[in-house]
Design a protein around this ligand. Structure first.
Ligand SMILES: Nc1nc2c(ncn2[C@@H]2O[C@H](COP(=O)(O)OP(=O)(O)OP(=O)(O)O)[C@@H](O)[C@H]2O)c(=O)[nH]1
Ligand SMILES: [Mg+2]
Length: 466
């Protein structure tokens, strides 16, 4: 089975991680206390996210203590330029599954400044970061990818995260780099966020194999809608103090668990993440995938299962983790589509009929209509019997990229806060110009494909499904 190394950077990245690890363990049937139920088969799948001692010949793991006794370590590297979130990891009940050599922290943080992260802390910690990554890579037999998590709003996630992404491209060019990044649109508490988002987006375009962006304003809407749901399972965040973002982060984690399920569990038609890159990224500078999920949260569901409803919800605009602007009343052009089903209830014929519906409803390029990728993982997510995740590479991403560009321009036209960046050694004014150029080029590439294709297509009108 494929192995992945996750790299969590900054407060947000590590807070997402604090939701991620307990849920991954829960999916493998590993709990704090010994439970009566037999854990699922782990022998071939558990090593995707965990390093097991090569001499270990024992049974499946039941409890966290079993992992500690057997020196199992999470394949994860924790990076933050402030200490608070990671030090809470060190005081948590999961502390022993994190390898000390994979933890890189410093004080006092990157001050919400991409330049501090990218130009100062990146080079300063390069050797240490590379040492940890190399060690984690050496502990893999079949490494398939790096999975990075960070927010683009502050200085560490956006700056050091971008620096690590570039390092991975330089040193491990043949290993895919997947980035789940939070665009804090809707929760802007950082005035320099537009600069940080734009500078980091340039690095994503240039160095990531595949990007799944998440917008906080989309997550907030989802969380508000779900607030009436009384069946939410405690997601067991083992790091106290993440409360304001806990519900939002658990949606991101749900997405990550679905995304990687095909690599971690057996199924009729498993989709590995590297297959996803091949199918979903038609050109290297257009790596952004929008993602929809159903169910969106980890809940204990007593409802009757309706597979069609699950499919419809997962492709519904309201269930997307980025805001798709439907105001021009025209469907965006789809460059790539993947449907990932979990649970053993879906059949191939169900999946074919969902594909048919997407093919009838959406607009495609001349090359992207016939081949819609499908994945079927036999193991359902916690609390559910079935789930569906849809991934689209569409020109609708220009809504997000356009917002990043306009927020950046608003600030940069007035040159507000520019001096904070210029005073960091290694940062030059041209970085601002370059990031704007790359952003505009990416937007234009999506736009050109849309314009060329739309000339030959009878454009369906957008009717959001409920
Ligand atoms: N969804 C989500 N957003 C977060 C979380 N933590 C912070 N944010 C948002 O991300 C932006 C700041 O990113 P942080 O991760 O706190 O910053 P950082 O990477 O630690 O960088 P510095 O603190 O500047 O060194 C803010 O605008 C927050 O609204 C989180 O756990 N989840
Ligand atoms: Mg921070």
């Amino acid at each position: 089975m494929s192995e992945y190394i996750t790299i969590q950077v900054g407060q947000c990245g590590n807070q997402i991680g604090s939701e991620f690890w307990p849920l991954v363990l829960q999916e493998y049937g590993i709990t704090r206390e010994k439970s009566k139920s037999k854990p699922p088969e782990q022998s071939t799948t558990f090593n995707s996210f965990f390093q097991i001692h090569p001499d270990y010949k024992g049974e499946s793991f039941n409890t966290i203590q079993d992992l500690v006794d057997s020196e199992v370590k999470a394949r994860t590297i924790l990076v933050d330029m402030e200490t608070s979130v990671v030090s809470r990891y060190k005081n948590s009940y999961l502390r022993d599954i994190f390898d000390e050599e994979y933890i890189i922290v410093h004080y006092p943080g990157s001050g919400n400044n991409w330049a501090e992260g990218f130009c100062h802390y990146g080079p300063r910690f390069e050797e240490k970061i590379l040492y940890s990554i190399r060690k984690a890579v050496e502990n893999c037999d079949s490494l398939h990818g790096f999975l990075l998590m960070y927010s683009l709003g502050g200085g560490t996630g956006s700056g050091v995260g971008s620096y690590i992404l570039k390092l991975l491209d330089d040193h491990f060019p043949h290993i895919d780099r997947f980035v789940t990044c939070v665009y804090p649109i809707g929760t802007e508490d950082v005035i320099t966020c537009p600069y940080n988002m734009a500078l980091a987006t340039k690095e994503l375009i240039e160095h990531a194999s595949c990007v799944i962006p998440v917008e906080n304003r989309a997550l907030i809407d989802i969380v508000k809608k779900q607030a009436s749901n009384t069946h939410s399972i405690d997601t067991m965040s083992f790091v106290a103090g993440c409360k304001p973002f806990q519900d939002m982060n658990s949606i991101i984690v749900n997405m990550l668990l679905n995304l990687t399920s095909g690599s971690r569990f057996t199924g009729d038609l498993n989709v590995d993440l590297s297959e996803l890159v091949t199918n979903m990224v038609p050109f290297p500078n257009l790596p952004f995938l929008s993602c929809g999920l159903s169910p969106l949260t980890i809940t204990s569901s007593n409802n009757k299962i309706n597979l069609e409803e699950i499919f419809l919800q997962s492709s519904n605009l309201n269930n997307q983790l980025i805001k798709i602007n439907a105001s021009n009343n025209q469907l965006p052009l789809t460059l790539g589509t993947t449907l990932l089903a979990r649970g053993d209830l879906f059949t191939i014929s169900d999946m074919r009929s969902f594909v048919d519906r997407l093919q009838r409803k959406n607009c495609f390029t001349s090359w992207s209509k016939q081949a819609i990728k499908i994945g079927m993982c036999g193991v359902a997510p916690i609390g559910h019997r079935a789930s569906m995740m849809t991934l689209f590479n569409t020109t609708a991403i220009n809504g997000l990229l356009g917002k990043v560009k306009s927020d950046f321009t608003k600030l940069y036209q007035k040159r507000a806060h520019v001096h904070h960046y210029l005073q960091v050694a290694g940062f030059e004014e041209i970085f601002f110009e370059e990031c704007l150029d790359v952003l505009c080029e990416c937007i234009k590439s999506y736009q050109d494909i849309e314009n060329r294709s739309m000339e030959n297509i009878k454009v369906p009108r957008l009717i959001p499904e409920n």
